[in-house]
Design a protein around this ligand. Structure first.
Ligand SMILES: NC(=O)C1=CN([C@@H]2O[C@H](COP(=O)(O)OP(=O)(O)OC[C@H]3O[C@@H](n4cnc5c(N)ncnc54)[C@H](OP(=O)(O)O)[C@@H]3O)[C@@H](O)[C@H]2O)C=CC1
Ligand SMILES: O=C1Nc2ccccc2C1=O
Length: 302
């Protein structure tokens, strides 16, 4: 099933296709030197199957592949939603004395062979004046400039906690973040305390990476029998049940696969609805168990 017509509305009035295809995790590379032709071919296939939302990042080194795939797919630029992210560093502040977000996106756009991205995110909140030469609020101003110049249609953040978001919101920004991309699954319903509720209250759409966590790292947990039961009941796969649960939480799932059947199945989650008691069972059973795959330490730099 095509995702055409399946969108979330952002607080600024723009729309975003309701499921993203990720080029991190299993596709992640450490340099831009070699083209991953398998990724290009898989992306072309995914786009032709109906995926119209691709998640990239500077640190994935997949810009060339995404650009090539868009070109090869023959799909018009306006019909595909491309995300990219500025990489400040991971849980450590040792790294990155590199370009600022404005220069970083310009370099990514060259590699992507695009004039603009649809969404540009600050990948992590690990930014300080001492380590980067600019703080989180100043970093955000670079993103605002990118939006004002039309190089990013929408801007947002990733892996931000409440305190990180609050710094931007308190600065009386010209443009507020419209997305916070975080790890979110039935086994991780708040990456950091209160983040989902706070983001929603402030008009910030949560994007879920790692949405299939209960079937990957979390396999063997208390949701196993629940997912097996619901997959039978709705005649869907366990993975589709989990993605559907994410959607019904008002959260946008970003997933990935190198398998055509699985890619098709990701697009086939719009013709059914989990009923209230099944939705609640996943939420409640999921809450009894925590599985976190990324950024397992959260450091504060206040
Ligand atoms: N902002 C950030 O800091 C981060 C962003 N991301 C983004 O999110 C994207 C998706 O994240 P990811 O964690 O991969 O998403 P998912 O949790 O959806 O995991 C996808 C993986 O799960 C496997 N899988 C799916 N269903 C099953 C199943 N039933 N049984 C066994 N394995 C299964 C797939 O394997 P197979 O390929 O074999 O089908 C695939 O490799 C990334 O590519 C990246 O773009 C990710 C991490 C951090
Ligand atoms: O896809 C990703 N895989 C990662 C591993 C560590 C930190 C960030 C990420 C991603 O964004």
């Amino acid at each position: 099933m095509s995702l055409q017509g399946k969108f979330f509305k952002l607080a600024n009035g723009n729309t975003i296709p309701a499921v993203g295809y990720g080029t991190g995790t299993k596709w992640y590379k450490t340099s831009n030197d070699e083209l991953d032709n398998t990724l290009v071919d898989t992306l072309v296939k995914a786009i032709k199957l109906g995926f119209n939302h691709i998640d990239g990042a500077e640190v994935y080194h997949t810009d060339f592949e995404i650009g090539k795939a868009i070109e090869k797919s023959g799909v018009a630029r306006k019909d595909i939603f491309i995300t990219n992210k500025y990489w400040p560093g991971g849980n450590s502040l040792e790294k990155n004395n590199g370009p600022n977000p404005y220069e970083s996106l310009k370099a990514s756009l060259k590699r992507l062979n695009l004039d603009y991205v649809d969404l540009y995110l600050i990948h992590t909140p690990y930014i300080t004046k001492e380590s980067h030469g600019f703080d989180i609020v100043e970093a955000w101003k670079y993103l605002e400039q990118l939006q004002d110049e039309g190089l990013a249609k929408n801007i947002g953040v990733s892996n931000f906690a409440v305190a990180d978001l609050q710094k931007i919101l308190d600065s009386n920004p010209k443009h507020k973040p419209v997305v916070n991309q975080i790890e979110f699954s039935a086994y991780l319903q708040n990456q950091t305390p209160e983040i989902v509720e706070f983001s929603s209250k402030n008009g910030i759409l949560i994007e879920a990476y790692g949405p299939s966590g209960p079937l990957t790292k979390g396999k063997g947990g208390p949701l196993d029998p629940v997912l097996e039961k619901l997959a039978k009941k709705y005649n869907k796969s366990e993975g589709q049940i989990l993605l559907r649960w994410v959607l019904q939480r008002g959260v946008l799932p970003v997933t990935t696969s190198n398998k055509e059947e699985r890619i098709k199945s990701f697009l086939d989650i719009f013709d059914f609805e989990l009923d209230a008691s099944d939705f609640k069972e996943i939420s409640e059973v999921g809450k009894t168990h925590t599985v976190r795959q990324f950024f397992t330490e959260y450091k504060k730099f206040d």
